[in-house]
Design a protein around this ligand. Structure first.
Ligand SMILES: [Cu+2]
Length: 106
């Protein structure tokens, strides 16, 4: 009897032990982030989803206080941020100063 192997790209990735990028979601509800801290791997993307009925904003601030302003985020909008380097980042909303969370990239 002959074995038939079906090789898909996913099989190759798993067999090779290759790390591949993942995505995480953070919700904005009640003018808060759904978590205060999130750990991701370098190369991962975080989706910030505005579930509120007010406009938010995403600022990504690194350990050297360099900020990336991702702009205004209307209700229902998603802002994606790729974290391609290791480090600790603070996420803030410039409209609601109490909205703050940390993303640790390993
Ligand atoms: Cu906000």
């Amino acid at each position: 009897m002959r074995n038939i192997w079906i090789v898909t790209p996913a099989t190759l990735l798993l067999a090779g032990g290759v790390c591949f990028a993942a995505a995480s979601e953070v919700d904005q509800v009640g003018q808060k982030f759904s978590q205060t801290a999130l750990a991701v791997g370098a190369g991962d993307t975080v989706h910030f989803v505005n579930h509120d009925d007010v406009t938010h904003n995403i600022n990504v601030i690194d350990a050297d206080e360099n900020a990336i302003d991702k702009g205004l985020q209307k209700p229902g909008d998603t802002i994606d941020q790729l974290f391609d380097k290791a480090g600790k980042f603070t996420i803030r909303c410039s409209i609601h100063p109490k909205m703050k969370m940390t993303v640790v990239v390993k």
